[in-house]
Ligand binder design. Sequence first.
Ligand SMILES: *Cc1c(COP(=O)(O)O)cnc(C)c1O
Length: 356
Amino acid sequence: MSLVLHVDAAAWRAHQDSVVAGDPGIVPVAKGNGYGFGLPRLAGEVRRLGLDRLAVGTAEEVALVRGSADEHGVRTGGAEHPGFPGDVVVLTPWRPGDAVAEAALADPGVITTLSRVEDVAAVAKAHPGARVILEALTSMRRYGMRPDEFEAAVAAAEGLEIVGWTIHLPMIGEHLGEATDLATTALSACTVPLWVSHLSPDDLDRLRQTFHVEVRHRVGTELWLGAHDALHYRASVQDVHDVTAAERVGYWQRRAGRRHHRLAIVSGGTANGVAMQAPTAAANGRQVVQTLANGVMEAGRMALSPYSAGGRKLFFAEPPHMQASLLWVPDSVDVGDELEVTMRATTATPDRTVVE
Ligand SMILES: *Cc1c(COP(=O)(O)O)cnc(C)c1O
């Protein structure tokens, strides 16, 4: 038995359908761990949605959505992996010397992101006819060119097919003004569609009213994970041991606490992303307090686990192993029980996904 992601197919797909219906011009994003679903599965959903383009994070991921290789780079293909036939945008900007990104340029369905004038010139020289998106630097200060470089970038793109400008905004704050300013400069250098991320529906509407080009909206989290109730990670209880007070358990031979007498071995561990935490943004006071509280618990060797039984979170007996975790459980928990697991979708790798 394993750590399994259970997907209520009807509810999950109804949610996807409603997001797509409300966002004409949507570009689904399928990258990384595929938001817990894996990239091949998301590519299949994009096909089901009838959309003709999607965005991936890296050049390596092109083969995964195309169905031509698995995550280890091993060649696949055939009826089992029909792959996504439409346009695939690579979000990470191209850099010289990356053989995979170089090879992707040969796929006429791949759209490469360029974020430096020198890279635009290099791609124009080596791959005339390639399809590219030019990236504008935003207040994110991640990738992109400054507005005073836009004209030079367009000039350097001679011989390339510019399919758009990309504007990737921060998650928080008010950014319509910034997007409008960047788009104004960009479109005066070259009139092509705008590809934007993280703008509210109202801001998108306003952008579409202001500019007479297509505005394409990249969406991952809301599309794939918005139907919370449709998604459940569950792990099975593989074994249970009654232990006496102060008995030692686990790799680290910690003593059982006074209130702990039932140890459960459950499926799921570090390989699945159990208890993986991103550094929190701790945006509000309550989150700061929670983070501190978790730290205190860890210092006292009592870390709250993401597993729960009867609606209550269980404590780890020690840090998770590769594919198993040791938990302190109440008497009611027995071998064969299924426990609900709270997973962070962007770091989750279930052993199996069941779409039912
Ligand atoms: C990952 C990514 C997205 C999708 O972000 P979500 O918050 O998951 O919707 C959009 N745009 C860019 C450029 C990205 O890298």
